[in-house]
Design a protein around this ligand. Structure first.
Ligand SMILES: Nc1ncnc2c1ncn2[C@@H]1O[C@H](COP(=O)(O)OP(=O)(O)OP(=O)(O)O)[C@@H](O)[C@H]1O
Ligand SMILES: [Mg+2]
Length: 239
């Protein structure tokens, strides 16, 4: 679903990604752990080309996205759901309008019944159909995350990128969102990357985890495997 090879990215003098390699297989939920500022969000933004990498290869659904033209890029972005760190709902739009937004430039635009159906199905998936006519300011933090997820699902993506889906939520709500991520994996048969600091989320929602340190991935395994590691840097995540 995704193949990243030898990816480099610097901002000025600051080298962030220094030869990142990773792949995401069909149907899997891959967790990414790493300290704050290590470049996790930068990596996912490179995958959707919101950030231009300096060097390396990225294939999404078998297609080289580095050399893609804008229109082709927009096409492939429809297959990628992106849950942004912080949720990023448009405050001046209702939940319904937020969800309709990604549909605007697709073949469904203007076909009201299909658009309504998709919006409702997405909201149902995250258990928030009731919130359809609310404004973001009326929603709690956990609800905003769910609506962000509903929006990421609206085009029925083949790949979903979750950037900190549970940050800032209480432990019970985090657990619910983590279960939801698992449910979405089955319901949509999608493959996902889940960036998280929340070890409960990592435990519940991932099939495999990679740890990024100093610009490269240096450990990989299931939650259980990594939790048994004796290496100090890896242990630090599990305390
Ligand atoms: N557009 C940008 N311009 C300049 N520097 C940037 C840009 N985006 C990110 N950076 C820098 O790149 C580094 C990695 O940022 P990134 O957001 O990927 O960290 P992160 O691993 O996601 O951290 P966190 O866990 O806090 O979200 C940071 O030092 C950040 O300041
Ligand atoms: Mg980040």
């Amino acid at each position: 679903m995704i193949e990243v090879q030898n990816l480099y990215k610097s901002f000025g003098e600051k080298e962030i990604l220094k030869g990142v390699n990773m792949h995401l297989a069909k149907g899997e939920n891959l967790g990414i752990l790493g300290k704050s500022g290590v470049g996790k969000s930068v990596l996912t933004k490179c995958i959707v080309r919101l950030i231009e990498p300096d060097q390396g290869e990225i294939k999404v659904l078998g297609k080289d996205i580095i050399n893609m033209k804008e229109d082709e890029l927009n096409e492939i972005r429809k297959d990628i759901g992106y849950l942004f760190q912080g949720g990023a709902l448009y405050d001046s739009m209702s939940v319904r309008e937020n969800l309709e937004f990604p549909i605007r430039r697709t073949q469904y635009a203007g076909r009201k019944i299909e658009v309504d159906e998709r919006v409702e199905q997405s909201l149902r998936s995250v258990g928030l159909l009731d919130a359809i006519d609310k404004m973001p300011s009326e929603l709690s933090g956990g609800m905003k995350k769910r609506i962000g997820l509903a929006r990421a699902l609206i085009l029925r993506p083949k790949v979903i990128l979750y950037d900190e889906p549970t940050t800032g939520l209480d432990s019970v709500t985090s657990g619910e969102i983590s279960e939801l991520i698992l449910k979405v994996q089955e319901e949509y048969n999608a493959a996902s990357i889940i960036i998280t600091h929340d070890m409960k989320c990592a435990k519940i929602a991932t099939n495999r985890i990679k740890i990024i340190m100093d610009g490269v991935f240096n450990a990989e395994g299931t939650y259980d495997e990594l939790s048994r590691s004796r290496e100090k840097e890896i242990r630090a995540f599990f305390i």
